[in-house]
Ligand binder design. Structure first.
Ligand code: ADP
Ligand code: MG
Length: 244
């Protein structure tokens, strides 16, 4: 393995496969997926529904483990770590944003953003200051005391982004982060991702929206559980070359 290359890869999947067991039936969700993402990249994952994007994201995000293969996250193979160690790494190194925000309804924006630091053992004043800083970064310094149902969809997603970045992860992952938003709030949320990337954050997001993918610097294409292209931009990609 080339040492210099290895250093720059913040995410490297080698021959990753995932088989889900559904009773007696095995579903092969992804097969022999290899891909690398370097520090500072701004990447979209695209592909038809059922092509394995979320499965890959959940493995990349240390929410799930592959059935086979190696996954180097920031230099460490995390593919077969026990669940507890995996979640420790996830809390330390990764931020995750979901389509449905996943905010706690009974907590304010500030309290939602403070949650990851409760798990990280950061206390009191420092916890509050860091959460306020993250909310400021997503333009919600005036909404800290609002509960989710007092915020628009776009604002809720920005709270979720603040929560994802509050522990300063090495990678920010997002699975269809604009899937529940209209055009205007999509733009508002994408502006945040773009700004975070410009400030140095590595960002990887699944999307099926060409207008969202276009804003990123690289598109990784999935089809039938495999990566079919990983270096083309949206305009360079010729879907007709890859249809079955
Ligand atoms: P995408 O995100 O691209 O729509 P997924 O990764 O969700 O694709 O799914 C890939 C394949 O794996 C699909 O055939 C899907 O039905 C299957 N799959 C996903 N999650 C599970 C699960 N928890 N149990 C069984 N099969 C699953
Ligand atoms: Mg999905």
């Amino acid at each position: 393995m080339n040492q210099a290359l290895e250093k720059k890869d913040i995410i490297r999947l080698e021959q990753i496969s995932k088989v889900y067991q559904m009773g007696d039936v095995e579903v092969q969700a992804i097969a022999n997926v290899s891909l690398s993402i370097q520090a500072g990249e701004y990447c979209a994952i695209m592909g038809p529904s059922g092509s394995g994007k979320s499965t890959a994201m959940n493995i990349i995000g240390c929410l799930d483990r592959p059935s086979k293969g190696q996954y180097y996250l920031d230099g460490t193979d995390v593919a077969q770590l026990p669940k507890k160690e995996l979640s420790a790494i996830r809390n330390q190194k990764l931020g995750f944003v979901f389509q449905q925000f996943h905010l706690l309804a009974q907590l304010t924006a500030l309290e939602n953003v403070m949650l990851p630091m409760v798990y990280a053992g950061i206390k009191g004043r420092e916890r509050r200051d860091k959460a306020a800083e993250a909310l400021k970064q997503v333009g919600l310094e005036n909404r800290m005391q609002n509960k989710p149902n007092q915020l628009s969809g776009g604002q809720q997603q920005r709270v979720a982004i603040a929560r994802a970045i509050v522990n300063r992860p090495v990678v920010l992952l997002a699975d269809e982060p604009t899937g529940a938003l209209d055009t205007k709030t999509t733009e508002e949320v994408m502006d945040i991702f773009t700004q975070l990337n410009q400030d140095g954050m590595t960002v990887v997001m699944v999307t099926h929206e060409p207008d969202v993918a276009r804003l990123t610097n690289r598109i990784i294409w999935f089809r039938d559980g495999q990566v079919v292209q990983s270096h083309l931009t949206l305009d360079e990609f010729q879907p007709s070359h890859h249809h079955a």
